[in-house]
Design a protein around this ligand. Sequence first.
Ligand code: O2Y
Ligand code: MN
Length: 606
Amino acid sequence: MRSMAITTAGADLSALKHVELRKWIEEVAALTKPDSIYICDGSENEWNRLTTHLVEVGTLVKLKKKPNSFWATSNPSDVARVEDRTFICSVNESDAGPTNNWMAPAQMKSEMTKLYDGCMRGRTMYVIPFCMGPINSKNPMFGVEITDSPYVVVSMKIMARMGTEALNAMGTDAVFVKALHSVGAPLSPGQDDVAWPCSDTKYISQFPEEHMIWSYGSGYGGNALLGKKCYSLRIASVIGRDEGWMAEHMLILKLTNPKGKVHYIAAAFPSACGKTNLAMLDPTIKGWKVETLGDDIAWMRFGEDGRLHAINPEFGFFGVAPGTGWGTNANAMRTVEKGNSIFTNVALTDDGDIWWEGMTDTPPEHLTDWKHQDWTPNNGELSSHPNSRFCTPASQCPIIAPEWESPDGVPISAIFFGGRRKTTIPLVMQSRDWNHGVFMGATLSSETTAAATGAVGVVRRDPFAMLPFIGYHVGDYIKHWINIGKKTSADKLPKIFYVNWFRRAKDGSFLWPGYGENSRILKWAIERIEGEAEAVETPLGFAPAPGSIDVDGLAVTEAAMADALHVDKSEWQEELPLIEEWFKKIGEKLPQEMGVEFGKLKDGVR
Ligand code: O2Y
Ligand code: MN
């Protein structure tokens, strides 16, 4: 290895007492050849230095109107997760299954090693020790991200518990996930940097057997903040399979009824389908209270009480900006108002604040859009990219539940699955039992959104809202869900519900108002759990009995309500072949229990 300055933050040289980490840092540095190495401490001082540097090089603009907050704009080619460049590099191709891109680990390492060779020239290599979930957990889940992007460092400070505290907790030998990231844009001597370095060649590679991540070429979101989708879903789903727990694409919320009884629920929705809004819901029904624990990822393990307990492994929210506003998610707005946030690919106002479509009813008269162009309300362009994001500390959310950092997690009473479907899927259904709920999750479908590159609005199966995030074979993953249901008694398992806030009337209008009104559906579900709400059995499961959903004060007609809940057999005749095709794609690893449930559905809607 070339001789190189290793700067440890502060005076904490003992930070490098972890032998394997030290060895890995040296190996990566020898390969990527950075100008210097910096071990991140996660301090305010470090944040100030890095954000100042990022302002100087043009990656960030400091906002005048929000404390300690910044506007970032990416290269227009680097705006979302790249599913077609995301790989599960399991030793056997059959372990990646039909829904993942696969490449043999040796081949991927050989290709990426060539790309990594010298890729950090002219840059600093940042070492970010982090922990997903509370550091004081019984089994803390450590990771170390090595990156050449200071934007990633400051974003990781918001999104994960990182720095010296994590490093110290790793001691000399804690197991950790190795997460290597480069923007893939080395600098030759004297070459000017650009505001958003990235490469046209991109790889987001997971090595499930080694619990390792290699990412190259993108500086954006889930491609680059490797604690999030890569670790907490793709790698953690593999660890969860092997250890008997679950890593899921779910929000976690706390619901308190007027009598003060608390229930915690987890809900899985595909990307950009309103998880953050639901997690921070402002209930419209009297006496009910919602508090937030997480908006994107839930890790669920069995507690000593035999119930599934969830933790949010993250520390911040990386929410979709457009559509988040004072009318739709005031709690998210209050969270970002407190500052300490980074806004990427939204628009900048003339007075140094940010704006995006849906933030306010009336747009500002003039903005600088996410591509740095002048923007006026009628210029026919969106001011903000549809996948623009706010990155903000979870602790700032005014309705964060006090127990959100409990290392033991919270016991889950109900799991919701939901997708974005104009037709076919009713507003709400309760599963008959666990396996039927697993069938609901396994056949979940949704119209695609801008969270990933590719066509938007196309219906695709998105099992458990995990399609891009399952780190192994989808058939084995469904089997894992079935096995989880066998580990405890039925009364201790969460009850499972399937919702669709997005069903449309013939004229194209939404049948259900959504947002805060979704509290009425949560109320029905909790009352089902409490044995208080009536239901009728349908081929899709238990539907609300007429009058059992509280619509007091709601301007939804009885006819619209009936349409929202309707099981339309002709629509289901069109859906069945799609499910059949999906199950064929899963192939022989499809658990036989799914065939049994599919048989019941076919009999019911015939
Ligand atoms: O990483 C991105 O570019 C956006 S994707 C994302 C970000 C935060 C939370 N969830 C998602 C997702 O795709 O599910
Ligand atoms: Mn997500």
